[in-house]
Design a protein around this ligand. Structure first.
Ligand SMILES: [Zn+2]
Length: 320
């Protein structure tokens, strides 16, 4: 009988839930549910149940055919207990996802942080499959990253290793959501670019972005449109973000000398120029010998890296 895994990507705007072939990790069925208005432990777990139930129904697969459930969650995770300790977007505190899913479905469940789960997916099935040592950096609403050495995720003493987004690139710089000043995330994330553009417009500078969208809700698509139109404000803000991001990446290259840097996330995938300039500038800023053998690749699994990694999580959990 064919065996499957369930992979769930639990994000602030949607739950993506897939059924993958246990042998090939290919997605056979998928269900997507919006979570934008779903807040709090009770509502979030209910939505996960709904997604799994629907997946089982449309696929006509019996629970006994499912080997494991893996969950990639945007937030702080206790890997051992499978508890989502805190998620700002979902307004969840101490949600015991592992226990609740194991109780309801009787299927072994593992839970990981979305960035590390995506990094595992890229290592196993994406851009990193032929490499041993790599750093995955995802640039979107924040800057998330994970370090993989000898094909094992580096966790650190308290499990927070690889927080490139909160390395400080400007002493006494802009305030970051973590409470510290000058973190990379406060300069290079899409949110940082958005805040900066809004600030410049408020000071009276003209940008076409104000004509094409709400400046409090700028998407990557809008940024690209403004860049293509050579908008001065947007070009400046994006170039500054690239400058700081490449400072962060050059530090990683000099410090770790990795074989590969995988760049992913909405802004990297959506704006080719952003990727190309980041790679060029990161190499320019790092030591020649350190960067000599460091290759750059775009993440290959896109929006599916979370679910694919989640579906493989039980199998590769010893690597986590
Ligand atoms: Zn920070």
């Amino acid at each position: 009988m064919k065996k499957y895994n369930i992979g769930i990507d639990l994000g602030g705007t949607k739950i993506l839930c897939v059924l993958t072939d246990e042998k090939t990790n290919k997605i056979d069925f998928e269900v997507k549910k919006k979570t934008k208005k779903i807040k709090g432990n009770k509502n979030v777990i209910q939505k996960i149940y709904e997604a799994i139930d629907e997946l089982l129904k449309i696929s006509n697969v019996n629970k006994s055919q499912i080997n494991s459930i893996g969950v990639a969650a945007a937030g702080q995770i206790d890997r051992n207990s499978g508890v989502l300790l805190y998620s700002c977007n979902l307004e969840c505190v101490n949600l015991n996802i592992k226990e609740l899913l194991e109780c309801k479905y009787g299927i072994k469940t593992v839970v990981g942080n979305d960035v590390e789960v995506s990094a595992i997916a890229e290592m196993i099935q994406g851009a990193g499959k032929d490499y041993n040592n790599m750093v995955c950096i995802f640039v979107g609403t924040g800057v998330g990253s994970s370090v993989i050495i000898d094909r094992k995720l580096v966790l650190g003493a308290t499990g927070t290793a690889g927080e490139l987004g909160h390395t400080i690139v400007q002493a006494d710089g802009r305030m970051c959501t973590c409470g510290e000043a000058g973190c990379l995330e406060a300069y290079a994330s899409r949110t940082a670019i958005e805040t900066r553009i809004e600030g410049m417009i408020k000071k009276g500078e003209y940008s076409i972005i104000a004509d094409i969208c709400d400046t409090q809700n700028i998407s990557t698509k809008h940024l690209k449109e403004a860049l293509d139109a050579h908008d001065r404000v947007v070009t400046k803000c994006v170039d500054d973000a690239i400058k700081y991001l490449s400072v962060g990446i050059a530090n990683v290259i000099n410090f770790l000398n990795p074989e590969l840097i995988i760049l992913g996330g909405g802004i990297i995938q959506g704006i080719d120029e952003f990727y190309v300039k980041t790679v060029r500038s990161s190499k320019e800023k790092s030591l020649l010998i350190a960067s000599e053998k460091t290759e750059f690749k775009k993440a290959e699994l896109g929006d599916y890296s979370g679910v694919i990694g989640a579906s493989m999580l039980e199998k590769y959990y010893n690597a986590v």
